[in-house]
Ligand binder design. Structure first.
Ligand code: NAD
Length: 337
């Protein structure tokens, strides 16, 4: 029986790169039945709601979604649709792999999986201004919340992921020297969970600033990294840059009851509608999705084809220094299957 997956084309370059990805999965023989749904600006235009109930219902049914990037309408609805979807389905683990494939970059041999806590930290949306004298905006504060529960489950997820994927080392990233409470609790839970994996997984700790420096000097030494929401967000863009940019890196948002797969990048309004966007990140997100639904062999075939075309460098998109259109690149990947 084929797997039902909610497909959200998204905004900007979203429809063209998700269409390219669906074409690739069809050509590879992936056994998927797509349930097409709307979110973002496309949904506001169609039904005046950035996250229609029908979309939420669909993900509740299928438990798996592939999503293009979404533009968050300013001044109405949710603060961010992506954050709202993560909250709605408690997608606590954001898994962002960055692997060197494209030749001729500053580094090769990078193969890092960044596991970012996706529901807590500074992203909980508790922020306010503080009035002093007549100045309404004299100060501002943003609250970071780390819970024992949240920190435990993300560390456990990172260790289980590392074991399941034959990884050698997990790096616990933190800033517990300064943020002794929130980051301190995160690190404390990391150390506690690490003990359970003693003898099975190498563990190290890094303060986030030192980690950033080392990532741009010796990225090859990193394997699996686990970090809180904000640090994970920043470091995963950094690791994207190490392997060729945002057009190449996928991200999985995983919860116990649902999972949403997407590119790390946004809607790229500057190139939307031109047919030149790089669909690789969504294609690789679709591979994460196929792994997740038990179609790992298909995922590997697609990844091999994508990597072959990238290594070849003859048919690559503008962001990677080539001149191929989205369609030409997709044709080249399909031809390599
Ligand atoms: P962006 O990632 O859309 O673009 C940054 C730069 O990278 C642009 O120059 C763009 O052309 C380029 N780029 C990104 N993806 C590319 C691709 N696949 N191929 C070729 N070039 C690519 O970031 P932004 O401009 O800061 O954000 C634009 C919109 O996207 C905003 O509305 C933001 O809220 C939204 N956004 C959504 C998500 C998501 O849905 N997960 C993530 C980030 C940003």
């Amino acid at each position: 029986m084929s797997t039902r997956v909610t497909l959200i084309p998204g905004d900007g370059i979203g429809p063209s790169i998700t269409e390219a990805t669906v074409r690739l999965l069809d050509a590879a023989g992936a056994d998927i039945e797509w349930d097409h749904q709307l979110a973002g600006t496309a949904a506001v235009e169609a039904v005046n709601d950035p996250i229609p109930e029908a979309t939420i219902d669909s993900i509740r049914r299928t438990k798996v979604a592939l999503k293009g990037p979404l533009e968050t309408p300013v001044g109405k609805g949710f603060r961010s649709i992506n954050v709202a979807l993560r909250k709605a389905f408690d997608l606590y683990a954001n898994v962002r792999p960055a692997k060197s494939v494209l030749p001729g970059l500053r580094f090769d041999g990078v193969d890092i999986v960044l596991v970012r806590e996706n529901t807590e930290g500074l992203y909980i949306g508790v922020e306010n201004y503080i009035k002093i004298g007549n100045d309404e905006h004299a100060a501002a504060q943003s609250v970071a919340v780390v819970t024992r529960f949240g920190a435990e489950r993300i560390h456990r997820y990172a260790f289980e992921y590392a074991i399941a994927h034959g990884r050698k080392r997990v790096t616990l990233v933190h800033k517990a020297n300064i943020l002794k409470y929130s980051q301190g609790l995160f690190l404390e839970m990391g150390r506690l969970i690490a003990k359970e994996y003693e003898g099975r997984m190498e563990v190290e700790e890094r303060i986030v600033d030192a980690c950033a420096m080392e990532l741009v000097m010796r990225p090859e030494r990193y394997d699996v990294i686990v970090a809180t929401n904000l640090f994970g967000d920043i470091l995963s863009d950094l690791t994207s840059g190490l392997v060729g940019g945002l057009g190449l890196t996928p991200g999985a948002n995983i919860g116990d009851d649902a999972a949403i797969f997407e590119a790390v990048h946004g809607t790229a309004p500057d190139i939307a509608g031109k047919g030149i966007a790089n669909p690789t990140a969504v294609m690789l997100a679709a591979c994460q999705m196929l792994d997740h639904v038990g179609q790992g062999t298909r995922a590997q075939q697609i990844k091999n084809a994508v990597e072959a075309v990238l290594r070849d460098k003859k048919t690559i998109t503008g962001d990677l220094g080539g001149s191929a259109t989205t369609e030409q690149y997709t044709d080249a990947v399909i031809a390599r299957l």
